[in-house]
Design a protein around this ligand. Structure first.
Ligand code: NDP
Length: 255
């Protein structure tokens, strides 16, 4: 049976772990040729090794998504290797504790913490789209999926810049969907709830039981459960879907 992404070339940022890595393995299962980008070259290489071991095709890339030239170079590398860029999953992101803002209310965030959070989680997504869209227009179309969050839909105490960035990602997604609809480019977002990755390890250790009380499924999601949605959004099965934000959250947003 043909894979849902047979022959498509795909870039995944933040592909060195968590949701990005799980999505890479799902894309490979469905026949995509992959470029795995991550801040850590070793992490990207490990994902490539896992894709190859599963019989897929992948190349590794590294670079910081906050740097325009680095992002442009990543996209150039994908196009040199595969001839085009059919699908892009703009997924790289950080949590508050990674900018020393864990547990801090809005007024307690340091200026530098706020700026870095916005740089990675919002500007990074914009920079990826900025460099992906011209390539997709030139080749006659493409699909983009950005990683939002339930934090892009509601407020979450002690996560102010993270919440602001993720709300921004959804705004960028909807605007690009409108701007490029007639270029045959679909732009969507996935909004994960609490997912089992290194990003949530510490929070879950401290507040796991309390947080799971708020999730109708009473469990965290697995990275693969996000990857399946992203794969569908990048496939031709979602051909009438653009500007949408799909919650994959165990029912969290239904409350
Ligand atoms: P991980 O920390 O496992 O993955 C994030 C990846 O992004 C890491 O591999 C990290 O690289 C990479 N990264 C971070 N900063 C940069 C940068 N500046 N340039 C390039 N790559 C970078 O976490 P998740 O898989 O959980 O997160 C993936 C996305 O999902 C994020 O956007 C996150 O906000 C979002 N999300 C996660 C949720 C969850 O519960 N886990 C819930 C909702 C949204 P490095 O190898 O250096 O760590």
């Amino acid at each position: 049976m043909a894979g849902m992404l047979d022959g498509k070339s795909a870039l995944i940022t933040g592909g060195g772990g968590g949701i990005g890595r799980a999505t890479a393995l799902i894309f490979a299962r469905e026949g995509a040729r992959l470029a795995i980008a991550d801040a850590s070259e070793d992490a990207a290489r490990e994902t490539v090794a896992q894709v190859n071991a599963a019989g897929g095709q992948a190349m590794s890339l590294s670079g910081d998504v906050t740097e325009s030239a680095a992002v442009q170079a990543m996209i150039k590398a994908v196009v040199s290797a595969y001839g085009r860029l059919d699908c892009a999953f703009n997924n790289a992101g950080i949590a508050g504790y990674q900018v020393d803002a864990g547990g801090k209310r809005t007024h307690e965030w340091a200026d530098e913490s706020f700026d870095r959070m916005i740089a990675v989680n919002l500007r990074g997504v914009w920079l990826c789209m900025k460099h992906e869209l011209p390539q997709m227009m030139a080749q006659g179309g493409g699909k983009i999926v950005n990683t939002g969050s339930i934090a892009g839909l509601i407020g979450l105490p002690t996560s102010s810049a993270y919440v602001a960035a993720k709300h921004g990602v959804l705004g960028l997604t909807k605007t690009a969907a409108l701007e490029y609809a007639t270029d045959n480019i679909r732009v969507n977002a996935v909004c994960p709830g609490y997912i089992e990755t290194k990003m949530t390890e510490d929070t879950m250790r401290r507040r796991g039981a309390e947080l799971m009380e708020k999730v109708p499924f009473r469990r965290m999601g697995k990275p693969e459960e996000i990857g399946e949605m992203v794969m569908w959004l990048c496939s031709d099965r979602s051909s009438y879907v653009s500007g949408a934000c799909y919650n994959v959250d165990g029912g969290y947003m239904a409350i």
